[in-house]
Design a protein around this ligand. Structure first.
Ligand SMILES: C[S@@+](CC[C@H](N)C(=O)[O-])C[C@H]1O[C@@H](n2cnc3c(N)ncnc32)[C@H](O)[C@@H]1O
Length: 406
């Protein structure tokens, strides 16, 4: 009896089964069917993003492909939380997951006509949408696609762009191969994302920017462009939400967001450069040291989030009772502060340590002091101990010295 092997759980608006055995395991591939309690935040934010998306585009109905659904928890939550969802394609390659998805659909009394459960490779499912699109003019491409694999999503993105709506489609994508994107395994990153990472103190942001760049290039290959709506890091994963655009002008505009980040390992100087490689300096313009600058890229140097979209997410979050409500509010508020700021940050604790300061000034005080000097500064959701600013590093160091004397 499979029932004896299952245990019932609750998450936000839904009850669902997972395997008893899995409930005591550290989340990993070895589970019968994957479930990670720590990813609730990811699913909460995904539901908020879907809410903001339908709101902005005035969608009365829309469909969704949950290409790697595991227990089906994301789809079932979205079906309960968004009644405009007219069809959800819930897919997973694992046969045990399919059985569990069907039980969880029943448990939550989901209207069977709204769901289509399948056990396919995600790319095969996407290619069915792509092929039908070619054979039948009335066929509806996917409004929303979610890709949530073990590790890298790199091999699913091209096909997802062939299955998604060309204009205003919403692609939601997770990457858990953070050691690769954050530069611990640089050669793997070059191989998988065609971009060189850098294992610096702001490597999380570099990783997010490599991922968005890679997504954008694959969109371009498919005659599409992207608008990043929200790109965030949490609990060892990156989650990126982008919408699709199809006008040539908009696609070409994407190119201005491609570039490099330069880093001086002697003095900590950092800056970004657009794709014009002839303009890139070889040696540090700040300390004029003899060591050549290191670089990361090519990567996305444009905005990682859309300001209006973030404001809407923040207001939708206020209306929810999610257990992560406060954490989400903080994360989204910091993300909002990141808009129009430079594509890197400074870890203040690390800087104070380097400068051997007696204590670390409060981040809010540092931001105020930078503002007074007519530079801009903000918090960043990537690192609670860091700030973003357009002040140059030597001025920032002087300012930290002054504040530590007070
Ligand atoms: C990280 S889990 C997904 C978690 C799920 N989205 C959630 O919120 O709980 C990854 C899932 O992808 C499935 N999977 C792995 N490779 C796949 C493929 N090529 N096509 C479809 N599903 C795949 C695995 O069986 C696993 O259930």
């Amino acid at each position: 009896m499979i029932e004896n092997k299952l245990i019932k759980k609750r998450e936000a608006s839904v009850e669902f089964f997972i395997y008893k055995q899995d409930s005591v395991k550290i989340p990993s591939k070895s589970m019968n069917v994957f479930y990670n309690e720590k990813m609730i935040l990811n699913r909460d934010i995904t539901s908020l993003v879907v809410g903001a998306y339908k709101n902005i585009y005035n969608l009365l109905t829309f469909n969704f492909i949950d290409s790697m659904a595991a227990s089906g928890i994301t789809s079932i939550r979205l079906l309960k939380e968004h009644e405009e969802l007219s069809k959800v394609y819930i897919n997973d390659i694992n046969p045990l997951a399919i059985d569990l998805i069907k039980r969880n659909i029943k448990l939550n009394a989901i209207d069977a006509s709204k769901v289509n459960v399948s056990q396919k490779d995600a790319n095969s499912l996407f290619s069915e949408f792509h092929n039908q699109d070619h054979s039948n003019n009335t066929f509806k491409r996917a409004d929303i696609i979610s890709i949530d694999p073990f590790g890298t999503p790199n091999s699913y993105i091209d096909m997802a762009f062939k299955a998604i709506k060309k204009k205003d489609g919403l692609l939601c994508l997770t990457a858990t191969d953070t050691a690769v994107l954050f530069g611990v395994k640089p050669n793997v990153c070059i191989r998988k994302y065609m971009s060189k990472p850098l294992h610096t103190e702001y490597c999380k942001e570099i990783g997010a920017r490599i991922l968005v760049y890679f997504i954008s290039r694959l969109a371009n290959i498919n005659n599409l462009g992207i608008i990043p709506l929200l790109s965030f890091y949490s609990n060892h994963f990156l989650r990126v939400f982008i919408s699709t655009v199809k006008k040539k002008k908009e696609i070409i505009h994407n190119f201005s967001n491609y570039g490099y980040i330069l880093h001086c390992t002697s003095c900590g100087y950092r800056s970004s450069f657009s794709d014009d490689i002839l303009q890139i300096p070889k040696y540090c313009p700040s300390c004029k040291g003899s060591k050549a600058l290191k670089y990361a890229g090519p990567l996305w140097i444009g905005e990682l989030h859309n300001e209006d979209f973030l404001r809407l997410l923040l207001s939708l979050n206020k209306q929810q009772n999610y257990i992560n409500k406060k954490v989400i509010d903080k994360k989204l508020s910091y993300a909002l502060e990141e808009v129009k700021m430079p594509p890197f940050y400074y870890n203040i604790h690390k800087l104070c340590q380097e400068l051997k300061l007696p204590f670390v000034p409060k981040l809010d005080e540092i931001i105020k002091a930078i503002d007074k000097k007519k530079f801009t500064a903000s918090r960043t959701h990537f690192d609670n101990l860091a700030i973003k600013s357009n002040i140059n590093l030597s001025e920032l160091k002087n300012l930290l010295f002054d504040l530590s004397k007070k």
